[in-house]
Design a protein around this ligand. Sequence first.
Ligand code: PGA
Length: 238
Amino acid sequence: RIAEINGLVSGRLRIAAVTTAEYFVPDLLGPFSAAHQGVEIELAIENRDRVVGRLTQGIDDLAVMMMPPDDLPLERLQFQINPLVIITSSKHALANKTVELNELSTERWLMRESGSGTRMAAEQHFKEHNFKPNVVMSLGSNEAIKHSVAAGLGIAVLSQLALQPSVWSGAQSAAATTKTAVPLDYEALCQAGLSIVKVKDFPIIRHWSVVWRKDNPLSATARHFLDYLQAAAAQKKT
Ligand code: PGA
């Protein structure tokens, strides 16, 4: 199915990405797709548990995620920082305040559904800090979390990438290295009815990786995409 003739790559590229990666993966795929007209891209967006399920079954060439599982034979390329922040409604008394995590124990917490990597990272972090959030609701998407928080239903942990335009396009991209995140546009956030609470030991710092199975040889198209991703990440660092 895959043909690589005189440097021309064609065939199918199957990628699974966790839901939070939907904010930037299309921007990564755009230039690659434009430069490789013969490549048909299939992008599946699922939460972490389902992406792990797809990796287990070997459905995709590549998967983009934050916390690859340890029990599968995977290669990985880490390419981007993923800070997880605490958000409130912009009208909340805590908006833009600096507090200790334990001061948030009586807040109403909104969490992503179980199976979400964002939830897993938040729960790990809370456990490490002996913190028990008062979870009142689980929601199945980042957008549902944002709208519910803006409506004043509670506070939540969310990837900074879900709060701002893509870091892979536009004038801000030069600021996004693998070590530092693009500064948040607080005004735009406020217009969306949201604010950040500055909490000690936050943001939770995680990274995005692209992973693939060691026991499943990469197609020429997938290798080509990895080279492209590595070059894009290197360009952002300069
Ligand atoms: P998710 O994504 O919360 O949408 O599952 C985060 C991740 O698993 O990387």
